[in-house]
Design a protein around this ligand. Sequence first.
Ligand code: ZN
Length: 450
Amino acid sequence: MARRASRECQETRVKTFPQRSLIIPFTLGTITKHVPDETTLIPDSKFEIQSEFQRLIFMPPELDRATANALLGYFQDRRQSVLILTRAIAEIESPSGDLNGSRGIVERLAEEAKQVKCVTGIERVPAANDYGEHLRITAFSDGASVGDETILMIGHTDTVYPLGTLMKRPWREEQGRVYAPGVFDMKANCALAIEVLRACSALSLKPRRPVVLLLTCDEETGSFSGRALVEGEARRAASVLVLEPPATGGRAKTGRKGTAGYQITAHGRAAHAGLEPEKGASAILEIARQIERLHAMNDASCGTTVNVGVVCGGTRSNVVAAEAQAEVDVRFTTMAEAERIEREILNLLSFDERVRVSIEGEVNRPPLERTERVIALYEQARRVAGKLGFELGETSVGGASDANFAAAVGAAVLDGLGIDGDGAHADHEHIVVEDIARRGALLAGLIVTL
Ligand SMILES: [Zn+2]
């Protein structure tokens, strides 16, 4: 993947709502309804007080049981609404690069977000070359939060499915599962994220920081234009919650490998394979030998994988091949390892000195490393899940997402927070309906305790 820096962010179309009064003045009755006895209701001096009349009541770092139950009840009641919105956007096909599909979804989600009380800004950000539209929704940005840092939720509205897939595999609900192209990765999560904001408003839960929901339109094709937005938002975020699908068993993703791609070309010398083969220098033989060398770089002990996935070369069987190529995919868990492997690949020497070897390529996505900050964020999510009555596991995976870009700028990132299901990028893609309530409650519980 080449670096295609985007400038479209400068042409942001901004649509901001007039500021509403976002701080709901609590009555003591309302507070005690959601906050248990041990919670201190006296405003802490470290929190700003907006006015004499409006005190900010922030959630404590631990989710109390009453709020946990209120959240679970809320999302159980709203499950059907989440599915209705999910269906509306799942039935707008949006393969990466499809402008109309992207706009259709953004329009529908923006319309929905407008009705949510705590939402303070909705921006539609056109991607370069009419590739689509990114959507940035801001909530609780009333200037009365702790510091300037935000809580960032990131997701994407594009899918890997070409137009027409929906006709072959229309929306289908069966045995507690919903099947549709892109529903698991990740249209249901886009719908759920807006419901999470609505839940905070409805239950009068005020996060301690402004919340930003960023939905990009080109994640599935490498985030050429969304990357800058993701990095920019991640830099000002205290925590980044990534709405990608969870791993099996609903586990969160605390590590993702980084990726790099290289193209190795051997330039040999053509000759007649029967008459004077000695005058030729086979590029194919050279590539074959290099492949052995590349595969020897695999190192399971540190999770490094090197795979030659494509080879091509030669013209006819009776010609010594003048040119051949190999495409290499490299995955790694640390940048140090990425640099080490890159050095080895860039310094490959030819076996046959008559053959010249040229190499192109680079790191596409840095790894999401399982740092202290990532672990701390995961631990918080695990505690919130515990209050909601379920165990949240964690794992590291080989695939990359926008979480990689967010982590690379130093943000605390937790990925795989989407609704449970299976079949991302496959024919049996689905979500588990029962998981909607607890995932929604988990996200909301996290937002109000971070
Ligand atoms: Zn995805």
